[in-house]
Design a protein around this ligand. Structure first.
Ligand code: NAP
Length: 298
């Protein structure tokens, strides 16, 4: 039986509507809008498109948009100075440093300059640590988007076996931790995993985030599984994912398409994180001590 297609475009639009409503309430309460600051280094065409989309959708949700565009040869210290300026700016609720940086520049030290409570990509060591400990913090956008897709699909997680293919800091690791938070039994596969198909066939929920086009086929999927395809690859035939969608759809109960699955959720969750960041800061108040997560300390 062909799988149900999980409509990420529609679910993302719903998330953005919820964000717009929260932005409206935040403005009524505080007299100002949450602000998203985007920092782009260089002119990579894909990054230009992604940042443009993030800015447009943030503005559509009623947020203020601050953008900094630095040349590809910008030094680490000049990028750091921009991040520090945004970190100190009360009008900025969230800071997004668009990755990857040009010329293989290391992003880690720059990301660490973003205050935890403005880290709307959820990539600082502190936010990663809070997630690992199961404590409140800002979560990475793509795995958060996957969790929302699973929730909307009604996929059972508690006690079920979830297999995540990929262990990157951006997707695989936080994905596994978010699934664990929902009481799934989680296995992480990676490039050294032996007999991937034997492992993934055990999955009730399979999340493919390997960055290998068409890696997952029908032989990797047990009948009735929910399959989430995080992969995104530009090919001569258009965008494809890590999953061979047509053949897996004959086996799975539900599957995300590419495009129109996980992709639109990533920006929606970025906007959601930004309004959450603004709300937490407002709740914390300026005079009271603020925990690392941006949550009031008392
Ligand atoms: P990444 O940093 O390259 O990580 C890929 C992970 O997959 C690594 O852990 C790697 O294992 C593992 N892997 C590679 N080949 C494998 C194989 N043959 N079998 C099993 N595991 C394998 O990539 P990423 O940033 O996590 O992104 C993954 C994919 O998601 C990419 O296609 C990316 O474009 C896409 N993506 C989409 C969105 C979106 O919004 N839709 C957002 C982010 C990323 P090792 O650790 O052993 O090397």
């Amino acid at each position: 039986m062909p799988a149900v297609l999980i409509d990420g475009t529609a679910i993302a639009a719903r998330v953005r509507d919820e964000v717009a409503e929260r932005v409206h309430r935040y403005r009524e309460r505080t007299g100002r809008a949450p602000g998203l600051a985007t920092v782009l280094v260089g002119d990579d065409p894909a990054s230009l498109v992604y940042v443009g989309r993030k800015r447009r959708l943030a503005a559509e949700a009623g947020m203020t948009d601050q953008h900094r565009h630095l040349p590809a040869d910008a030094s680490g210290s000049s990028i750091a100075a921009v991040l520090d300026e945004l970190a100190a700016d009360d009008a900025v609720s969230g800071i997004l440093l668009q990755l990857p940086l040009p010329n293989r520049m290391a992003s880690g030290p720059l990301i660490e300059r973003i205050p935890t409570w403005k880290d709307v990509d959820g990539l600082t060591t502190l936010n990663a640590g809070l997630l690992a400990r199961g404590e409140p913090g800002l979560r990475p956008c793509t795995p958060s988007g996957v969790m929302r897709l699973l929730a909307e699909t009604g996929a059972a997680l508690e006690g079920r076996h979830a297999v995540v293919v990929g262990r990157s800091e951006l997707v695989g690791r936080p994905m596994a931790q978010l699934l664990l938070e929902r009481h799934a039994t989680v296995t992480i596969a990676h490039s050294r995993t032996r007999d991937l198909a034997a492992l993934t066939r055990q999955a009730d929920v399979l999340v493919a985030a390997a960055g290998v086009p068409g890696l997952i086929g029908a032989e990797h999927v047990t009948p009735g599984a929910v399959v989430i395809d995080v992969g995104i690859h530009r090919t001569d035939d258009g965008l494809v994912g890590d999953v061979r969608t047509a053949e897996v759809a004959e086996v799975a109960a539900a599957i995300t398409p590419v495009p129109g699955g996980v992709g639109p959720m990533t920006i929606a969750m970025l906007l959601s994180n930004t309004v959450v960041a603004a709300e937490r800061r407002a709740a914390a108040g300026r005079a009271r001590p603020v925990a690392a997560s941006g949550v009031p300390a008392s």
